[in-house]
Design a binder for this molecule. Structure first.
Ligand code: LLP
Length: 442
């Protein structure tokens, strides 16, 4: 990643340092790499690879840390987990059970959240392209908040509210024109980005919304980007939001909540990161005393470190400058390196003598040069059949996977303490073509 995040090459953080910084991981003298109390080799032996594995305890403790940070800053805040980061029902069920609501961006995500038992009033619907059908379904489900991204969307919603006779609680999403300093493909709060409504248009649009029958404006929303590792862009955009909120209050418009979006970054390569306490500090400075409820829409921060992708070394191929370690997981399983030059830790599962012996290019089997997980990564000696874990892949991993090259979607498992369970079987080959129809005139 650019800016504050490291690129695909260049970070020399060792497997031992990666493990030491992640409380859910440990290396057992006999069993090798453990996730909580479960040897990852046992899961790989039973389910094969590639397999995503998630740590329930990591989800629980990260959720608790977020709530504690808000409480310590004396803020009234609620979590609306960004379902797009990982939409597995087990994860939604776990987070929903802890009290999280959901931030959804499609009818599919809305249905997933409801099926997982998240109450409708704790669901927020975001996104620039909600269709009229999707808005209608959201109204029928009586969800808690619809984040409006344009004047045009407000008009559509107002018409639907009239037809369906269902009121809508809405927040207007502000585009604060702030650069989040993250990768260009995941920055969302600059004026040229498609998201939100320019701050200058908010006061009049909010007043208009308040006058529309069946439209209940509850507040403002914001999301400036993802994998944000510095507090400065948060502070800037929160200041814009607080200024607008004061203006609405001064105009006697109803305002009960501010939805501050997601975006909090995680230290993929052990780099410094603000964490929930830093974020809560910025929230406190901007909003304390305003008498509003705060919503947060974290995705990555909650789930990325809770997940890893287990893969097996297929072959070690000699290369001109260094060896290629070819895995059985590819860019179809984990898109982030190919799409964003994202850096993910790669750690051997078996007991090794530990220390890296030299750099390798870690690649997948897909027929594209972009199918590259790491370039010149210092790794211990690896042989065909050895397993590795690609770390911090709980967010934007399995949800972005495809069956490109006719590769079935990976299996998934969850661990909790010393227990583990398969939570989705590997997709069977027949599924790849089961729904295809060949016209009889062929
Ligand atoms: N709220 C809204 C309106 C969003 O668009 C997003 C993410 C979030 C919350 C959650 O952001 P988070 O806390 O996870 O940063 N596929 C990319 C990330 C795309 C994020 C899109 N929006 C990646 O793998 O890095």
């Amino acid at each position: 990643m650019h800016g504050s995040s490291p690129p695909l090459t260049g970070s020399d953080v060792s497997p031992a340092e990666l493990i030491a910084a992640r409380p859910q991981l440990s290396r057992h003298a006999l069993d090798g790499l453990m996730l909580e109390g479960v040897p990852l080799a046992a899961i790989a032996a039973e389910l094969g690879t590639p397999t995503y594995v998630y740590s329930a305890e990591t989800l629980r403790s990260r959720y608790a840390a977020l709530i504690a940070a808000l409480a310590a800053a004396d803020l009234e805040g609620q979590i609306r987990y960004a379902v797009k980061a990982n939409d597995h029902l087990a994860i939604l069920r776990l987070l929903g059970g802890l009290g999280a609501g959901a931030d959804v961006v499609s009818e599919g995500e809305l249905l997933r959240a409801l099926v997982a038992g998240i109450p409708a009033e704790r669901i927020v619907f975001s996104g620039v392209g909600k269709s009229r059908d999707e808005l209608a379904h959201a109204l029928e489900a009586r969800i808690g908040q619809i984040n409006i991204e344009s004047t045009e969307e407000l008009d559509d919603l107002s018409e639907l509210v009239g037809h369906l006779g269902r009121a809508a609680r809405v927040a207007l999403r502000v585009n604060p024109d702030v650069d989040a300093g993250t990768h260009a493909k995941i920055t969302t709060g600059r004026a040229q980005d498609k998201f939100g409504i320019p701050a200058g248009l908010i006061p009049s649009l909010y007043a208009r919304a308040a006058a529309l029958p069946g439209i209940i404006p509850v507040g403002l929303a914001l999301h400036i980007g993802s994998q944000v590792l510095s507090l400065a862009p948060f502070r800037k955009s929160f200041a814009v939001l607080a200024g607008l909120a004061r203006g609405l209050r001064a105009a006697n418009l109803p305002l009960e909540r501010l939805d501050c979006g997601g975006g909090l970054g995680v230290p993929y390569a052990n780099e410094p990161a603000p964490g929930p306490n830093g974020l809560a500090g910025a929230l406190g400075r901007a909003f304390r005393g305003l008498g509003v409820e705060l919503l947060l829409e974290p995705g990555r921060w909650l789930v990325a470190p809770a997940g890893l992708l287990l893969a097996t070394v297929v072959r070690v191929k000699s290369g001109r400058e260094r060896p290629f370690v070819v895995l059985d997981a590819g860019m179809n399983d984990l898109m982030r390196p190919a799409l964003y030059d994202a850096w993910h830790g790669i750690v051997p599962v078996a007991v090794t003598d530990g220390e890296p012996i030299g750099g390798a290019d870690v690649v997948g089997p897909i027929c594209e040069s972009a199918d590259l997980f790491a370039r010149n990564r210092p790794l211990p000696r690896l042989c065909p059949g050895d397993r590795v874990a690609v770390l911090d892949t709980g967010a934007y991993g399995r949800v972005m996977a495809s069956s490109y090259n006719a590769r079935p979607l990976a299996a998934e498992a969850m661990v909790s303490g010393e227990r583990w369970a398969m939570i989705r079987p590997r997709q069977p080959f027949q599924d790849l073509w089961a729904k295809e129809r060949v016209p009889d005139w062929l």
